[in-house]
Design a protein around this ligand. Structure first.
Ligand code: HSE
Length: 316
């Protein structure tokens, strides 16, 4: 039997100032998908583990199977595909959970088909998965989960995606307070018109962040992460956001912000040990308020989704 198992990582979308246009992949957590070819000519979702029964089992409604169906239609092949999804990260957490599943599914089907499409060519399919999951086809989670590293979506129409360099030691502290914020709801509260004065600050910061990455200038990266458009609105959904931010910066984080649509918060740090200090401080702060949290520390993941095992012989 031809089968593969693929890991796709969580990702931090927006990176502060870059709403919908910047994101990076981390090493953990991430989702896994196991996929095999059978003789049925149908795409089936045989198992979802770790979702507490919350995700749809209908192949047309579940992100991972829906993107596989679109992919097969696009390449013009009718194949029987059995999918098993292993959810290893929380929903509505701001960690790019649905993106990781869709990306793992796409990398798996592409591998089974002999990799006819490049990772970049898989991106539009993954973006359609985002539309299904939250109503909007943004790329700032799926692009880094697919391509790895830090990614800039310079334009959506036409799609123009640029991989950015990342200083070797740059590390990320992620703290997920145990409350759930659906992306769709977190998008609906954002103002669609912004004052020119805020736009000027924001595009200065996006430029500064990109320049900081190219120059290996940690301080420039940190001060450019400031988000004057989305964070002031969304932080109200996140318990003790301002205290966490103050604490993270006191622990020498370069910058602090909301990961994607939250409630996970992230801090970029000069190295892993600073990121560990930051997570410990935030975890114990939340604990004082009786809020549980899950923490991750990771460097930026340069590879994105990866095939973990493959068995590509029909007679296996
Ligand atoms: N850029 C998107 C948002 C990411 O902030 O809504 C969602 O994970």
């Amino acid at each position: 039997m031809k089968s593969v198992r693929v890991f796709a990582p969580a990702s931090v979308a927006n990176v502060g100032c870059g709403y919908d246009i910047l994101g990076f992949a981390v090493h953990c957590p991430g989702d896994e998908v196991e996929m095999s070819i059978n003789g049925s000519e149908k795409v089936s979702l045989d198992l979802i583990e770790g979702d507490e029964g919350r995700l749809p089992m209908d192949p047309l409604k579940n992100t991972v199977s829906a993107v596989v169906i679109n992919y097969l239609e696009h390449i013009g092949l009718k194949k029987g595909i059995a999918i098993k999804l292993f959810k290893k990260m929380p929903f509505g957490s701001g960690l790019g959970s649905s993106s990781a599943s869709a990306v793992a599914g796409l990398v798996a089907i592409n591998e089974l088909m002999g990799n006819p499409l490049t990772r970049l060519q898989l991106l539009p399919f993954a973006m359609e998965g985002e539309r299904l999951a939250c109503g909007n086809a943004h790329a700032d989670n799926v692009a880094p989960a697919l391509l790895g590293g830090m990614v800039l979506i310079r334009s959506y129409k036409p799609l123009d995606v640029i991989s950015l360099p990342v200083p070797g030691e740059l590390s990320c502290a992620l703290v997920y307070p145990h409350v759930e914020i659906p992306t769709m709801a977190a998008r609906q509260i954002i103002r669609t018109n912004i004052p020119m004065s805020n736009a000027i600050i924001q595009w200065g910061n996006v430029g500064g962040l990109v320049a900081g990455l190219f120059k290996n200038d940690y301080d420039l990266i940190g001060r450019s992460m400031e988000d004057v458009i989305v964070e002031p609105v969304r932080k109200m959904l996140i318990p003790h956001f301002d205290e966490m931010k103050k604490l993270a910066l006191e622990q020498n984080a370069l910058g602090f912000g909301i990961s994607g649509s939250g409630p996970t918060v992230f801090a970029l740090c000069r190295d892993v040990s600073t990121a560990e200090k930051v997570t410990r401080a935030l975890e114990s702060e939340l604990k004082q308020y009786g809020i549980g949290s899950t923490c991750y520390v990771s460097k930026i993941n340069p590879a994105g989704a990866q095939v973990i095992t493959r068995q590509l012989q029909e007679n296996g």
